[in-house]
Design a protein around this ligand. Structure first.
Ligand SMILES: [Zn+2]
Ligand SMILES: [Zn+2]
Length: 271
């Protein structure tokens, strides 16, 4: 009886040991499983087996890394290209708008009846576009634009007669300065077309203008002043200017219809 008890105790102890060992193994396995979740590459090393499946998985993850390495720079390259295209488009539009405006204005000036300008006007525009370079410096791209317009031939005034009405002769244009109270028929009128001469201040007292008049100080820029080292004079006026930027030396001319300048008198020199 005692012997059986001892045997049973021994067996129980063996069972207990086995259970502890089993528990230990189970815990280790679960720990490995958990570890493999965090470090997938360790899984193969831990298991010590390399199956065909894990090999495929390895290739797949490797190809993912290569794809990422290729796709990311390609994506950024694409984005930079897109931005460059938009940038080129914006700059080109700005240049063309400016060029068209200048061509239109040139076309208007070519209309001047007493100058006999050309029939067609071509304006070129060349500019360099510097591409947005990331790491690689890119060379400049030269862009050529050209705009051709026909010289302005006048506006058809349908007025009250309607669209089918008789075509009227284009109205005459006259020139008006910003400050002047008269209009000029010719752009070459000496009142508009000033030829400014630069002389030394000491010689201004002995100089006479085209009408034999003495030069006096300009009221705008040199009131009560002696002539400076260098003064500016014109052949037609009797004023000397100490400042080259004086408004008395400049003429800003506008072209207006003769009918619009009716309130003004005609110029005594050209009109
Ligand atoms: Zn002046
Ligand atoms: Zn005039």
């Amino acid at each position: 009886m005692l012997f059986q008890k001892a045997k049973n105790r021994q067996r129980n102890k063996v069972y207990k040991d086995e259970r502890i060992l089993k528990n230990k193994k189970e815990r280790m396995r679960s720990l490995r499983r958990k570890m493999s979740l965090f470090f997938p590459t360790n899984r193969d090393r831990l298991s010590g087996k390399v199956s065909f499946c894990t090999f495929l998985n390895k290739i797949r993850s490797a190809s993912m890394a290569v794809e990422t390495a290729f796709v990311l720079p390609l994506f950024f390259l694409g984005v930079v290209t897109m931005i460059s295209f938009m940038d080129i488009y914006k700059i080109q539009t700005e240049h063309l708008t400016k060029l068209c405006q200048s061509a239109k204005e040139a076309g208007m000036y070519a209309y001047l009846p007493d100058v006999g300008g050309p029939e067609e006007i071509t304006l070129p525009d060349i500019y360099a576009y510097e591409p947005i370079g990331g790491l690689v410096p890119l060379p400049k791209v030269w862009i050529h634009n050209r705009v051709r317009v026909h010289a302005w031939t006048g506006k058809e005034d349908y007025g009250e007669t309607g669209e089918g009405g008789a075509q009227q002769t284009p109205e005459k244009m006259v020139y008006v300065t910003e400050t002047g109270s008269v209009y000029h028929r010719s752009l070459s009128c000496s009142y508009i077309n000033l030829s400014v001469e630069q002389i030394s201040g000491s010689s201004v007292q002995s100089r006479r203008n085209q009408y034999g008049e003495k030069y006096e100080a300009c009221e705008i820029c040199s009131r009560n002043q002696n002539p400076a080292g260098i003064v500016f004079i014109t052949g037609k006026s009797n004023r000397y200017h100490n400042l080259g930027s004086c408004s008395g030396l400049k003429r800003t001319v506008r072209i207006v219809k003769e009918s619009e300048a009716k309130g003004m008198g005609a110029c005594g020199r050209c009109g």
